[in-house]
Design a protein around this ligand. Structure first.
Ligand code: DAH
Length: 445
């Protein structure tokens, strides 16, 4: 069953507001870059406020002061006049909702269950959940050996505030910072952002949980000087990978009950070896997480060259959709009481779908410019109609053999979660979409 939520997306493009934000954002960009530079050499003790802020995540008193310090829910932080800022207002409006910190929200319930499992293990995992969703390109990519030309860094995939700062695309962006600060075992949960298509399992904002554990220096001593292949083949590296698999298999059993599991090789620039875990759930193999032995260069960039360890990252929506049987990823963001009243702290309850209003279908066809980026079109549609856009499907495409021009036709499914849509209001949105298509160089047919 594919449900739809109505997200009250703020779709204004107020130029004055944006001008007003320019100064704010410039300060933000400069301070983020300076902060990174400072962190490269500053000892832990010289950064009291920043450290206090991050260690605050587990203390309610300190949490209050964090909230006063920076209001992540202030959309203005993410909008700016920088020519390369590509954060639309409807995305800025999602930041800072903190679904992963809400005890009665499915995302918060899953996160708490994961934490409960790690608390039962012998190591003491520090919990982080209140890092700034704005990170630098260094934190999100360079510190993790993600190449400058990696497609994930491109503005077609990532929301940039300015050239050096962006909305984090994964919680791995905080790994190096916590390692540099001296933490040895930690979990870090947060909202992450990626420009993406629209359907029931893809949404540009979602949540991840990252886990990291370093091993005792004595255990690794004979191997910590090894590099590359030699290290990867060593019994010490093998022992770390075995521990990682054990811990994560235990986590899956804790969440799903005893399930069949399958490991396969994967690739992440920040781990070697890299692995992927799939579990069999109701007869289907589902990919649940990525992980690996932390790359020695990542550790050395984080000033932990002498240490070795593992890391993993998982998507909380994916786990929650499976466990609570939530059929549409957009439901997590709804304010509808019919959704929220169904969930209680500490309990995994199957979601009961509520009534669904009828969809309205509209097609749009256009000739494409040479540099057409599909995500730009999806984003524009979301900017115009918010979460009334349930789905966009490509239904036809062709190239005229004479002119060599290509054309695409998309079917947009509009649907509201809590009312019937009128044809008139959708016609108006669709007209708006046609007008704005010209800005992307699309020639509506
Ligand atoms: N950051 C990865 C992603 O977003 C997930 C991930 C994979 C995290 C492997 C890790 C890791 O820490 O070791 O897809």
């Amino acid at each position: 069953m594919g449900c739809l939520i109505l997200l009250l997306a703020q779709c204004t493009n107020d130029v004055k507001l944006r001008q007003h934000q320019t100064m704010k954002f410039l300060t933000l960009c400069v301070s983020a870059v300076l902060l990174d530079a400072a962190l490269a050499w500053a000892p832990l003790s010289s950064l009291p406020s920043r450290t206090a802020k991050r260690t605050a995540a587990t203390s309610p008193l300190a949490m209050a002061s964090v909230a006063e310090e920076v209001d992540y829910a202030n959309a203005e932080r993410y909008l700016s006049e920088h020519p390369n800022n590509n954060v639309p207002p409807h995305i800025a409006a999602l930041v800072g909702r903190g679904l992963h910190t809400k005890p009665d929200h499915p995302i918060g319930i899953i996160r708490a269950k994961i934490q409960e499992y790690f608390a039962s293990l012998p190591d003491d995992y520090k919990i982080f959940d209140a890092e700034d969703p704005i990170v630098t390109t260094k934190q999100c990519f360079d510190d993790l050996r993600i190449d400058p030309d990696h497609p994930g860094r491109s503005p077609s995939d990532t929301y940039y505030i300015c050239d050096e700062t962006l909305l984090r695309t994964h919680t791995s962006a905080h790994q190096s910072m916590h390692l540099r600060d001296g933490y040895e075992a930690f979990l870090c949960a947060g909202d992450v952002y990626r420009r993406d298509e629209i359907d029931s399992s893809h949404y540009p904002a979602f949540h991840q949980l990252e886990g990291v554990k370093l091993f005792d220096q004595e255990e690794m001593d004979s191997a910590s000087h090894l590099k590359g292949e030699e290290w990867v083949k060593s019994p010490e590296c093998q022992a770390i990978a075995d521990d990682l698999k054990n811990v994560l298999e235990g986590l899956m059993d804790h969440l799903f009950g005893e399930t069949e599991k399958k490991w396969s090789e994967d690739y992440f620039p920040f781990t070697e070896p890299s692995l992927e875990l799939e579990i069999k759930y109701q007869g289907e193999w589902l990919e649940v997480l990525g992980c690996g032995v932390i790359h020695e260069e990542v550790l050395s960039m984080a000033d932990r060259a002498e240490r070795r360890g593992w890391a993993f990252g998982l998507g909380l929506e994916r786990l929650a959709m499976i466990l609570f049987e939530i059929p549409d990823i957009r439901l997590f963001w709804t304010d509808d009481e019919r959704f929220h009243s169904q969930f209680k702290e500490g309990q995994i309850i199957k979601f009961e779908p509520y009534s669904k209003y009828p969809p309205v279908f509209k097609d749009i066809a256009f000739w494409l410019p040479d540099d057409f980026v599909e995500n730009d079109f999806f984003e524009m549609a979301r900017g115009v109609a918010g979460d009334l856009v349930e789905k966009i499907d490509l239904i036809d495409e062709f190239t005229n053999p004479k002119t060599n021009r290509s054309s695409k036709c998309y079917r947009i499914t509009y649907r509201s979660m809590d009312r019937s849509l009128t044809n008139d209001e959708i016609d108006e949105l669709q007209d708006n979409l046609r007008d704005q298509s010209a800005d992307l160089g699309l020639e509506v047919r």
